[in-house]
Design a protein around this ligand. Sequence first.
Ligand code: 5AD
Ligand code: SF4
Length: 452
Amino acid sequence: MKYSGYAFIYTIGCQMNVYDSEKLASILNACGFEKTEDMDKANVVVCNTCSIRHKAEEKAYSFLGRFARIKKKNPNLITVMAGCVAQQEGEKAFERVPHLDIVLGTRAFSRFHQHISAIQSGRSRIVDIEDSPMIYESLPDTAGFEKNKVSRFVTIMQGCENFCTYCVVPYVRGKERSRKPENIVEEITLLSDSGVKEVTLLGQNVNSYGKKEGEISFSELLKKINDIDGIHRIRFATSHPKDLSMDLMHAIRDLEKVCNHLHLPVQSGSNAILKKMNRGYTRQQYLDRIFELKNQCPDISLSTDIIVGFPSETINDFNDTMDLIRKVEFDSIFAFTYSNRSSAPAAKFSDQIDEKEKLDRLNLLLQLQETFNEMKNKTQIGKILEVLVEGKSSKKRDGFEQFEKNMEQMTGRSVSNKIVHFPSSRVNIGDMVRIKIENAYPHSLWGHPEFD
Ligand code: 5AD
Ligand code: SF4
């Protein structure tokens, strides 16, 4: 059945959730609901949730709490909790959020339109946390995608079977499955036709793409995407250090559209902790891969994820992590304090670390990394970087108004994923411009277009 009205979607969490929300928007669009940024105007409100850390889960519940107020004003409003917390909680979600209509798990998307119809016909409280074979292939493609974006995410695989002991992903996103290469290529071709210049391929462990299905390898998939006209840049996340292949290093080195950047989560620099995390590699094996990578791709920019305060992490373990950061010299780091997730095995590990101690360690680590961020960025001064323009910068650089009259401060990213701000009066979103870098800060670069 077709309805007409508006849908508001609030997304919490990772890039995969951003992509999932676009798919949800496409389904709602096919049902007749147009996307709106105004929650008060909506006929359907969706909160796409994340359960990776306690904070994300609390953010979801705090947002879902707002549904009560708007539902009071508009009793016909359809309220939906989607994603990882929905998958984890199922029926229990109603205890904390009684005014919910639909609890939609991570693999139930293909049945979403039926649930919307059922609620419209008078049913209440639908929970769907069942599996479906491959969630993305049967869904409408780009209809719900925000227009005028030059860079897009494309999920190429779902689930994870690595079972790191701190992580909920294997429990909330299920078994690892890869999408068919032809469907991925078709989706990216459609995106390219609509003006997209850069795609980021998403999966929990892209290095094992297609292995189970006997499909082409991840490097072969990269080659196919490299051949799509109109796409200028290919990024991907995440690679698991235990599976990072020589083939992939060569793909980064040789395929001109594949960006010179790798996100390779290490999580800890201590062998004892890596073992307890079930990561499947040692500190030395990680370092060997990094040095091989630097050997193959000398200018590669590197980022990582780190968890501090994992159960039983001693000061020596933590110092091993600090030491690894010094050895690798990452361009940037995403660091988190360990968050106890009841469905993950580490919740039952002894020697849980005090919250304040975790925060102290996190601050030390971030302080250390700040110096590397700046040091790495400073090496870019004087270089000319190709920047894909993403929009106007919201935060103006000090002195901008004074010095750059009649110009907009624009922003974009370099191939190595660095944020670059620059003044210009004549570039458009989606343009590739060459920027001469004049200044470097810990989290961004500043320069002028070569032609201005
Ligand atoms: N606590 C803290 N950080 C976590 N991550 C995953 N699970 C947890 C947890 N329980 C981090 C890891 C992962 C990133 C996406 O989130 O570093 O790479
Ligand atoms: Fe979680 Fe480990 Fe899978 Fe990443 S690889 S999603 S950290 S279980």
